[in-house]
Design a protein around this ligand. Structure first.
Ligand SMILES: C[S@@+](CC[C@H](N)C(=O)[O-])C[C@H]1O[C@@H](n2cnc3c(N)ncnc32)[C@H](O)[C@@H]1O
Length: 309
């Protein structure tokens, strides 16, 4: 086992106590690790995710026509909101505790999205794209480039909504509520509060679609540790290793399922990566995880779709 992940964990722990720690961490991530680089894989994954949310909405919400959406935890690059706009969203609220956005990040996002419209990959995942929407996204790009990032995004219905999702207030009910690689970073009580709030805001026809990455994220920065590495630590030991900048709650598929059940939120569709218990072979598991159904422990990604009835 290498020490790269240990160094990363120690640095994140150290800077998590400094003022402006979110921004500082992002700069470090960009410079030091490859974990937030906008490479083709990063972009293609988000095109695929947008397509998955859209298909879930078309299956369980409205089969066609315009819609409104909320994306929890948009982060630095508004790929999924931009793609949902192209797919027909009239408004996408980009809900985040912090406005991580910057002009260059937003321009990169729009440019990469427009490139993927041109090469046909957006259409492959989202279906036919209205050329007028493509044109308007290009115009929005110019407004962003001129220094008006928030106005440019808003000109195509991409509205920044900065605040804690547990206390989200909306004037109207969104048709689609989605998230991408966010749940795994939320402490369980916070996740519970957010899901409860989303459920309160939903009416019949609202669809929730959440994608969860249950891998040890240190595996993305250090090839010597595997995606199950963090499961060897007791909760007490993990609390010492984990940090507030990029926390990992280590919840497994069964624990998400139980949380939905406890909150009375239906899981209309559940898709887990097909990893089976055999994948865990040789991974020492802390007793809490060893006591679970090992197929649930081994699942590395989950997609939970809920249709409000
Ligand atoms: C890992 S990042 C999400 C990455 C992004 N979705 C993507 O696909 O690249 C998690 C995001 O959730 C946001 N977040 C964490 N807790 C939150 C809360 N209680 N309410 C709203 N946003 C929150 C963080 O600020 C951060 O931007």
């Amino acid at each position: 086992m290498g020490l790269k992940w240990v160094a990363k964990a120690a640095v994140q722990k150290g800077i998590s106590v400094l003022p402006g720690s979110d921004r500082l961490n992002h700069v470090l991530q960009q410079r030091v690790s490859r974990s937030v680089q906008i490479d083709d894989e990063f972009i293609e994954r988000r095109v695929e995710w947008a397509g998955m949310h859209l298909q879930a909405f078309r299956r369980h919400g409205r089969a066609d026509g315009p819609f409104t959406a909320v994306e929890l935890g948009t982060g630095w690059f508004p790929f999924v909101p931009s793609l949902l706009y192209l797919a027909g969203a009239e408004q996408v609220r980009m809900l985040d505790r912090v406005d991580h956005g910057q002009t260059d990040f937003t321009l990169t996002t729009i440019d990469r999205v427009l490139e993927r419209v041109a090469d046909g990959s957006v259409e492959a995942h989202l279906g036919p794209v209205d050329p007028e929407r493509v044109r308007r996204l290009g115009t929005a790009r110019e407004q962003v480039a001129s220094g008006d990032r928030v106005g440019g995004l808003a000109s195509v219905g991409l509205d920044l909504c900065i605040g804690d999702a547990t206390t989200l207030e909306l004037d109207d009910v969104p048709d689609l509520i989605c998230s991408n690689a966010v749940f795994e970073h939320l402490p369980r009580p916070v996740l519970e509060g957010i899901l409860r709030r989303f459920e309160e805001l939903s009416t019949p026809g609202t669809v929730m679609s959440h994608l969860v990455d249950m891998c040890d994220h240190y595996a993305y920065a250090d090839s010597t540790v595997g995606v199950y590495h963090f499961l060897r630590y007791s909760d007490r030991a993990w609390k010492l290793i984990d940090n507030d900048l990029q926390p990992m709650n280590r919840l497994r598929a069964n624990e998400y399922r139980d949380l939905y059940q406890q909150l009375g939120i239906p899981v209309t569709e559940e898709h887990l990566t097909a990893n089976s218990a055999a994948e865990l072979d040789g991974t020492p598991l802390a007793p809490r995880f060893a006591a679970m159904d090992l197929d649930d422990v081994a699942a590395t990604t989950a997609w939970f779709v809920s249709a409000s009835a």
